[in-house]
Design a protein around this ligand. Structure first.
Ligand code: FES
Length: 283
């Protein structure tokens, strides 16, 4: 088998793909919370993706991504037997796993998959794991069985109320905290606005919170500065200093501003890309 060959590929739901890639060296070094940078082709962008699962014996890593831009669409179009141009990793610091007591895992959208190896590691370390997962609707609740298998409790929210609590996952967490739920630690991953809300809520209830950040990245090795974030008023690089930080210390406004810096260019590039393939877009 060739290095970086795609050995499994499936659509988890509309626009979200799970892909297993032959990458034995990455698989044998991987720890929960780390990520890789993937290039689908030589001239393709570098895409940072959290390691969702891996097997040293099997020599594979598992990635889950949403087709949101040109690069992720190109990656999603690749099939079993094709080979990625490059996979760099594992990158970033692993999650600090310890026996804290009760750990609340809070995850939204495609990031539910990224929360899975962390929740599993907290469970294996002897914690009580209470998971809160949310998505726009029930069809987008990926990895719920995986999360259920390693959680002591799972709480579900959907924006449209098609399953579980109607509203955002952070509102559901807030409700539980107000009802007397007292976790020792909250670990959150998802869209930056959701993580910011989570941080506001947990600060109010005094529960330490770790957030896994997802800024724009290029090099993944601390050289380009694309992933810089302000933590306690100091500049840090998410790729080498993170990706996890104390959520209360993050300058969320700056992170949100930086995340939206190329939004117009990205949607224009995607429109051109899809139209070049005869796909009509109304974005
Ligand atoms: S992605 Fe280049 S410094 Fe972090």
């Amino acid at each position: 088998m060739m290095n970086f060959e795609i050995i499994n590929r499936k659509n988890l739901t509309e626009g979200i793909v799970e892909m297993d890639v032959h990458a034995p060296r990455v698989a044998c070094a991987a720890r929960p919370g780390q990520f890789v940078i993937v290039m689908a082709c030589e001239e393709c962008e570098r895409i940072p993706l959290t390691l969702v699962d891996w097997s040293c014996r099997g020599g594979w890593i598992r990635l889950v991504f949403q087709e949101v831009g040109v690069s992720t669409y190109k990656l999603g179009m690749m099939d079993v037997g094709e080979r990625l141009y490059h996979v760099a990793g594992p990158l970033g610091n692993p999650t600090h796993i310890d026996k804290f007591g009760t750990v609340a895992i809070v995850a939204g959208g495609v990031a539910i998959a990224a929360a899975y190896p962390i929740a599993r590691a907290f469970k294996e370390a002897g914690n009580t794991v209470v998971s809160f997962i949310g998505a726009r609707n029930s069809r987008l609740l990926i990895y719920r069985d995986h999360i259920a298998k390693i959680s002591d409790e799972v709480h579900i929210s959907t924006d449209d109320g098609s399953e579980g609590f109607k509203g955002f996952v952070t509102q559901l967490l807030e409700k539980r905290l107000a009802d007397g739920f007292k976790p020792d630690l909250v670990w959150v991953v998802g869209p930056a606005p959701m993580m910011r809300s989570c941080s506001v809520v947990t600060k109010r209830f005094g529960v330490k919170t770790i957030a896994s950040l997802n800024p724009i990245m290029v090099c993944g090795m601390g050289m380009c500065g694309a992933c810089r974030v302000r933590i306690k008023n100091e500049i840090r690089f998410t790729c080498v200093d993170g990706p996890e930080f104390d959520a209360w210390d993050v300058d969320w406004d700056e992170l949100l501003h930086r995340l939206s810096a190329y939004r117009e260019e990205e949607s224009y590039a995607l429109k051109l890309f899809l139209e070049s393939r005869g796909i009509k877009v109304s974005r």
